[in-house]
Design a protein around this ligand. Structure first.
Ligand code: ADP
Ligand code: ZN
Length: 208
């Protein structure tokens, strides 16, 4: 099954993806994770992407599109994938449809994780990530519960940047909800609840 996850920053796309991967083994393609890995490695792409990411702006389409194309061509993506953080605007969505069409591996569903703006701001301010494995937790996690690694606050989860990311989401990404609704591919789940509750709603929505 090929799935696109939609939802504001902090809606829980990464967590929903992790749960689906754990149960069904789909390939998890997170452009945020791919870009953060590129920044960490100091690659050309990472150097180009960093300033946009720190400001909460979108990285230029062509950079992200190339990254996703390469990832979609990998073996593990042929048995089903979850795209998390891509597409983030209409150009990316249209490009994705035509790439997947050419590969003969179209999308099955676009799943919107619906969370109220107030909840989003609280979640992002409290969010912490593991430096070692990328696990996403909260300020209450002193060390990573998965691997014992050091937890840190992403630069783009600082209050100055959060407001900008939410603006960028509203302007660029939220129109995709109508784009996928128009294709008859949209499913919506309530993203407020425990990890397990949300996972159950996701499975129901996707008939998994
Ligand atoms: P979020 O928590 O905002 O969903 P992500 O980890 O998905 O964060 O993305 C972090 C940053 O990486 C974004 O703010 C943006 O700068 C960049 N980024 C990720 N995916 C894309 C994309 N599809 N197009 C452009 N920029 C992207
Ligand atoms: Zn960890």
């Amino acid at each position: 099954m090929n799935i696109v996850l939609l939802g504001a920053p902090g809606a829980g796309k990464g967590t929903v993806a992790q749960e689906l991967v754990a149960e069904f083994g789909f390939a998890h393609i997170s452009t945020g994770d791919l870009l953060r890995a590129a920044v960490k490695s100091g690659s050309d792409l990472g150097v180009k992407a960093k300033s946009y990411m720190d400001a909460g702006e979108l990285v230029p389409d062509q950079l992200v599109i190339d990254l996703v194309k390469e990832r979609l061509a990998a073996d593990d993506a042929q048995k089903g994938f979850i795209l998390d953080g891509f597409p983030r605007n209409t150009v990316q969505a249209v490009t994705l449809d035509s790439e997947l069409g050419a590969m003969g591996n179209p999308l099955d569903a676009a799943l919107l994780i619906d969370v109220d703006a107030k909840v989003i701001i609280d979640r992002l301010s409290a969010r912490r990530a593991c430096r070692a494995c990328g696990y996403t937790g909260t300020a209450a996690d002193e060390v990573c519960p998965k691997c014992g690694g050091e937890m840190y606050q992403r630069d783009d989860d600082k209050p100055e940047t959060i407001a900008n990311r939410l603006d960028v989401y509203e302007k660029n990404t939220s129109p995709l909800v109508e784009y996928y609704r128009g294709q008859g591919r949209l499913d919506v789940v309530d993203g407020v609840g425990t990890i397990e509750e949300v996972h159950d709603r996701v499975k129901e929505a996707l008939h998994l």
